[in-house]
Write a protein that binds this ligand. Structure first.
Ligand code: CO8
Length: 261
């Protein structure tokens, strides 16, 4: 067992690893110690063969109310620049091979919203409070918010959200395509996220990782390049045992599939 002070590491179901942000007194504000622990736990779950899908959750009141403002307030340009401030926070999570699901309830502001957007799938409660309020602090989003939000909801909405600093609801996040599903309450959210993780965990990890990789490439590549990339990875899967197992099971009407990966 690992000793963490700012997060909890749990196993809500077979094959599912869950990280819960746990700084309740600061509404899960994302401090350097919290991010170090989060990255350490994410890396361990990604490497653990008994884990096939990763949940990232907060509390009912707050997923995360942003980067820790008290920690940031005395930061200087030269310190921020020379330490490449924030860059190490997002490299681990966005480079995992296994799928991640963010379960958002309550506040997901600033870095909290950005962290949720780094996950592969985002679920939230209908009344979750999202926003990029950095403008009110005299700064701008710094962990990919201006890029990921704009790709997800389009330029006009992203501009409005970032320039006004106003919050938007989980329901809106779902309608705009930022979140894929909303739930009425925290327990329903966690059950829904766990059920989806269990479904994902039931498939070939090789195929799951390949699927995640090609969808992520769609955010980086032009369409014709992305389609070609997908086709090459698709071809590669015919070199896997799991392709034989999966298609043989269909052809022979087998229901109990044992994947090799
Ligand atoms: N940083 C530090 N402490 C915080 C933060 C935060 N972001 N948010 C809340 N807290 C603390 C409060 O200071 C308070 O502590 P204390 O009890 O010691 O005074 C405690 O949490 C509870 O908060 P409130 O009393 O304010 O609770 P309310 O219910 O009245 O208000 C709000 C809740 C509306 C969420 C309010 O706390 C708030 O506005 N928080 C700040 C939101 C914000 O501006 N977030 C953006 C931060 S900037 C940022 O994220 C830059 C992104 C950089 C990249 C990050 C990498 C992933």
């Amino acid at each position: 067992a690992h000793h963490y002070e700012n997060i909890l590491l749990e196993r809500p179901a077979d094959g599912v690893g869950q990280i819960t942000l746990n700084r309740p007194k600061a509404l899960n504000a994302l401090s350097t110690p919290l991010f170090k622990e989060l990255n350490d736990a994410l890396q361990k779950l990604d490497e653990d063969p008994s884990v096939r899908a990763i949940l990232i959750a907060g509390s009912e009141r707050a997923f995360a109310a942003g980067a820790d403002i008290k920690e940031m307030k005395d930061l200087t340009f030269s310190k921020a620049y020379s330490s490449n401030f924030i860059q190490p926070w997002s490299t681990t999570i966005t480079n995992l091979n296994k799928p991640t699901i963010a379960a958002v309830s309550g506040y997901a502001l600033g870095g909290g919203c950005e962290l949720a957007m780094m996950a592969d799938i985002m679920y939230c409660t209908a009344d979750a409070k999202f926003g990029q309020p950095e403008i009110k602090l005299g700064v701008i989003p710094g962990a990919g918010g201006s890029q990921r939000l704009t790709r997800a909801v389009g330029k006009s909405k992203a501009m409005e959200i970032i320039l006004t600093g106003k919050t938007f609801s989980g329901k809106e996040a779902e309608i705009w395509g930022l979140a894929s599903r909303t739930f009425t309450g925290f327990d329903e959210l966690m059950k829904g996220a766990t059920d989806t993780a269990i479904t994902i965990a039931s498939y070939s990890m090789l195929a799951i990782k390949a699927a995640k990789e090609v969808v992520n490439q769609s955010q980086e590549l032009a369409l014709s390049e992305g389609v070609k990339y997908e086709r090459r990875v698709f071809h590669a899967l015919f070199g896997s045992q799991d392709q034989k197992i999966g298609m043989d099971a269909f052809a022979n009407k087998k229901t109990d599939i044992k994947w090799t990966n």
